[in-house]
Ligand binder design. Structure first.
Ligand SMILES: [Zn+2]
Length: 298
């Protein structure tokens, strides 16, 4: 384990313990999340060393990287995933993309990239999980590399860069944002989706809130934290939108961690999903997860 002595966003060194959560997916161990006294950013501290982090991703339950059809939960997950992939690909056409170059970081098994490729995008993926990466290459013939390939990509070479639920896993925030800024075309768009630590259902579930997902989630961002991180790096957040399916999924998983029955989990999932979406219509800061559209500062 490694103790972080400076805030990953503002670099100050005074923190307050916030909450202790259990890793229900892999290790069953407890991990502490602290809040920076200066900028209010929450992060897992201490965290596993970069060498040890990989061992916390080894589970059959880690369904974001598999294609299992087993059980109603995975079936539902896949149906929603296919719908959201379609929406994401349609949204790509809104952006300024003269050469239609797209980079997806944390592309998993490559379904989003493949859907974009079918719509004539020139796609590249980065994925640290070797099994997921090999499936993306084998199933769709995609150009997918390990995450360290990020440093080797050509400057200003991508019209659109997407990171769907990735930034919360990344240990070196400023270094990563600087690399993204460098490879993003001058009029390009960076799309970042992360869980929102101010989500209304996070307050209800407390330490059981599934989007804390310690220790895989190192960073627990509020909208203010994301805007601050990007501002320091001379990038602008142009829009902030809620992801409407996330609260249903997160609430069902949180109920599972609370040992609720699958039926009660489904009821809670529907209740919190609807409730969070109504609240985020009033104020986006209540959303379960947020999608940020980011551009170079003009
Ligand atoms: Zn801070």
């Amino acid at each position: 384990m490694e103790t972080i002595s400076n805030c990953p966003i503002c670099n100050k060194n005074l923190f307050t313990p916030f909450i202790t959560c259990t890793d229900y997916t892999v290790s069953q161990k407890d991990f502490q999340i602290v809040t920076c006294n200066e900028c209010s950013f929450k992060f897992t501290n201490p965290k596993p060393t970069n060498e040890d982090l990989g061992s916390y991703y080894k589970s059959n339950d880690y369904i974001s990287h598999t294609n299992s059809d087993k059980g109603w939960f995975n079936k539902l997950y896949k149906t929603v995933r296919n719908y959201t992939i379609d929406k994401k690909v349609k949204a790509l056409s809104k952006y300024n993309a003269p050469s239609k170059t797209l980079l997806d970081i944390g592309c998993g098994t490559g379904e989003f990239l493949n859907a974009a490729k079918i719509k004539q995008w020139h796609v590249t993926g980065l994925e640290p999980g070797v099994d997921a990466r090999n499936l993306a290459i084998k199933n769709y013939g995609l150009h997918v590399f390990d995450i360290d390939h990020l440093a080797k990509l050509k400057p200003q070479s991508f019209d659109v860069i997407t990171m769907w639920h990735v930034l919360e896993h990344i240990p070196n925030l400023h270094e990563t944002i600087k690399q993204l800024k460098q490879i993003l075309a001058p009029n390009g768009t960076l799309i970042v989706a992360v869980p929102n630590s101010n989500a209304i259902e996070a307050k209800n579930f407390g330490r059981f809130w599934a989007a804390y997902d310690v220790p895989r989630h190192l960073n627990h961002f509020s909208a203010k934290n994301v805007i601050n991180l990007l501002k320091i790096n001379n990038l602008d957040v142009c829009s902030t939108k809620p992801m409407i399916f996330d609260p249903f999924y997160i609430a069902m998983l949180s109920a599972k961690y609370q040992n609720k029955s699958p039926f009660f989990g489904l009821v809670l999932g529907i209740y919190h999903g609807l409730r969070t979406n109504v609240f985020s219509l009033i104020n986006v800061q209540h959303a379960s997860s947020l999608v940020y559209t980011i551009r170079h500062k003009k």
